[in-house]
Design a binder for this molecule. Structure first.
Ligand SMILES: N[C@@H](CCC(=O)N[C@@H](CS)C(=O)NCC(=O)O)C(=O)O
Length: 212
């Protein structure tokens, strides 16, 4: 498989974790977001959204990190990224989506650039915006984690799920933008455990071939 990725993209970080957990070797096709390499005609032919990640699975390309994660789970069932019972599956999906659909899109590069360019916001305002959406999202996710995590090692029960795959990259973003994570001790503890796992550690931005 070939992964269109950018070392600092947290959506691509999710896809890298998922590939590593399934033990799938993949080729890294880096798209430098700061160089607008994701907006070339060549890449738009691959992913018309012009976003990373996208995964070339051989007989086609899959975009959207949650779709990639579920595709990998359906084609490579072990380890399962979702629990067996419908309620558990819904809860895990809800936590994953609270990050991927509610926190992350508001803090994306193009959204921040729009605030800067169209609304003339300075870096202080942009950083305040960024921290606000993580803090709001993590407040709810901390409550979920306290209810669902049995071990404080994973967000749901005591095994890895797609919610964990979304959590660690978002925690990296929180730290990078100096969000106060003290009010979220369960998320911090789970993230520390996830980071110690080889599949998660190998997906970190700083160890990617295009890190610079
Ligand atoms: N919902 C998408 C989000 C993908 C996304 O927004 N990727 C970011 C990097 S994390 C990107 O390509 N940004 C380019 C831009 O904002 O121009 C997913 O989960 O894959």
């Amino acid at each position: 498989m070939k992964l269109y990725t950018y070392f600092r993209s947290s959506a691509a970080f999710r896809a890298r974790i998922a590939l590593n957990l399934k033990g799938i070797e993949f080729e890294t096709l880096a798209k430098g977001l700061l160089k607008n390499e994701h907006k070339t005609a060549e890449y738009l032919a691959v992913n018309p959204q012009g976003l990373v990640p996208a995964l070339d699975v051989g007989d086609g390309v899959v975009s959207q990190s949650l779709a990639i994660i579920e595709y990998l789970d359906e084609t490579h069932p072990t380890p399962a990224f979702l629990p067996q019972d419908p309620l558990g599956r819904a809860r895990v999906r809800a936590m994953a989506q609270s990050i991927a659909c509610d926190i992350h899109p508001l803090n994306n590069m193009r959204v921040l650039n729009y605030l800067r360019r169209e609304f003339k916001q300075d870096e202080t305002a942009v950083n305040t915006w960024y921290r606000h959406w993580i803090t709001e999202g993590f407040t709810a996710l901390e409550a979920n984690a306290r209810e669902y995590s049995t071990s404080k090692r994973f967000l749901y029960d005591d095994s890895v799920t797609m919610a964990d795959i979304c959590l660690l990259p978002q925690m990296f973003n929180a730290r990078r933008f100096e969000v106060n994570v003290a009010p979220f001790p369960t998320l911090v503890a789970i993230s520390a455990h996830l980071e110690s796992l080889p599949a998660f550690a190998a997906a970190r931005p700083e160890v990617q071939p295009d890190a610079g």
